[in-house]
Design a protein around this ligand. Structure first.
Ligand SMILES: Cc1cc2nc3c(=O)[nH]c(=O)nc-3n(C[C@H](O)[C@H](O)[C@H](O)COP(=O)(O)OP(=O)(O)OC[C@H]3O[C@@H](n4cnc5c(N)ncnc54)[C@H](O)[C@@H]3O)c2cc1C
Length: 112
């Protein structure tokens, strides 16, 4: 289709984990959402993780880990935001999984 005329509240570009999560969140907040993907199949690099997502239950410990492993290349405020929001990912995934009874498996590895 070379021409189309539709209006959306939110347009998400890229159907990897980030685009999918943003589209779901925007939809659930009541927005009319368009999710665009340039490739024939969705997934992006996200499919390389085989459905695995890093989570945290300790924002401060995660911040310290990220700070140590980013070698000063990323501002602390950004690392803190990432560390903080990683503590919300498990609940988000469980909420998504409840839609179709998908199994959620949590495994713990030090600093990962
Ligand atoms: C080998 C490997 C293993 C990994 N293992 C893990 C792991 O175990 N746990 C973990 O948490 N993370 C892991 N990661 C990191 C994780 O996969 C990425 O950080 C994450 O998938 C990035 O998601 P994303 O949605 O930002 O990008 P992507 O999944 O890459 O999605 C971006 C999408 O945007 C599309 N796109 C780009 N430009 C356009 C455009 N102009 N128009 C339309 N569509 C466009 C792309 O085609 C793609 O589908 C791993 C990464 C790699 C490479």
């Amino acid at each position: 289709m070379s021409e189309w005329d539709e209006t959306f509240d939110v347009v998400c570009v890229g159907y990897g984990f980030a685009g999918a999560a943003a589209a779901v969140a925007a939809h659930d907040a009541g927005a009319r959402v368009l999710l665009l993907e340039k490739m024939p199949d969705p997934g992006g690099i996200s499919i390389c993780s085989a459905g695995g997502v890093r989570i945290s239950r300790d924002a401060e410990a995660s911040f310290q880990y990220l700070k140590a492993t980013n070698a000063g290349t990323t501002p602390d405020a950004m690392l803190r935001a990432l560390a903080r929001d990683m503590t919300g990912v498990e609940a988000f995934i469980r909420e998504l999984a409840a839609v179709n009874d998908a199994e959620v498996l949590v495994t713990w590895a030090k600093a990962n």
